[in-house]
Design a protein around this ligand. Structure first.
Ligand code: ZN
Length: 256
């Protein structure tokens, strides 16, 4: 599709009235949205409409897809898009939703991972075109906006990372000049987390981020949105990089 046509179509979708039932779902299941500035909430509503018009949801293991599922996931995914020049997860086609934590059969291979035993998963984003989520984890991650865990933010951060061609912890940055500082700061804090994790020290950033640079970016995205003030205090350089990438300053939001 040509860029101008896509932009025009999306602008028309954003103009549609936002269904009150969807607003009620966001109020109930996306408590984070209440802390966004008013203008951001309006932008988010428009992004959600575009997302839902373009992405396909599939229920797995008998889960029927409802507006509650679609809107809840879309709203979290679109928080990562606010203020940014993006193409709205251009490669993503489908979101597969399981009712609860699902088992991946042993032997399945992902980047850097070979599982011998069946492995419990909350969500995954291994390829450009599919995100897989467990609905119960979506809800529990969304309910507490201060615990640093939100599986939708996590998996869609992987999507952003993969837009650069490789899930390596370096998404497409808004300016070429940012890559050097991004690599230096995230590399430094990743190495530090790996060291702290080896010594079993508790860190603000969840130790799962020490798995590899891609997981580090997904995990610090969760920390950035859910523990912004703590992240800014303990990792000011990292906070600044994420602030420049996401073009948001959640530490300044009321009540976060
Ligand atoms: Zn991950």
């Amino acid at each position: 599709m040509f860029g101008w046509f896509k932009r025009r179509r999306r602008a028309a979708i954003r103009q549609r009235p936002f269904p009150p039932a969807w607003l009620a779902i966001i109020e109930k299941n996306v408590p984070y949205a209440a802390h966004l500035p008013v203008a951001d909430r309006a932008e988010l509503a428009g992004q959600v409409q575009v997302f839902l018009a373009e992405k396909r949801f599939e229920g797995c293991a008998g889960l029927p897809i409802t507006d509650e599922i679609r809107v809840t996931i879309a709203a979290h995914a679109c928080i990562l898009l606010l203020h940014r020049q993006t193409d709205d997860y251009p490669d993503l086609m489908s979101i597969l939703v399981y009712p609860s934590t699902y088992l991946v059969p042993g032997g399945r291979v992902g980047p850097g991972l070979i599982a011998d035993e069946p492995e419990a998963r909350l969500g995954e984003s291994w390829t450009h075109d599919v995100v897989v989520l467990a609905w119960d984890s979506v809800l529990s991650g969304a309910a507490d906006i201060h615990d640093g865990h939100n599986v939708v933010l996590h998996e869609f951060a992987h999507q952003l990372d993969q837009e650069s061609g490789a899930g390596d912890g370096a998404p497409v940055l808004p300016r070429r000049s940012m890559y050097l500082a991004w690599g230096r700061v995230l590399g430094h804090d990743y190495d530090e987390l790996v060291r702290e994790t080896l010594h079993h020290h508790r860190e603000l950033i969840d130790r799962y981020g020490a798995t590899n640079p891609a997981e580090f970016f997904a995990v610090v995205t969760e920390t950035f949105f859910e523990k912004p003030r703590q992240l800014r205090a303990k990792h000011p350089d990292l906070y600044l990089q994420l602030q420049q990438f996401y073009q948001q300053d959640p530490a300044a939001f009321e009540g976060l």
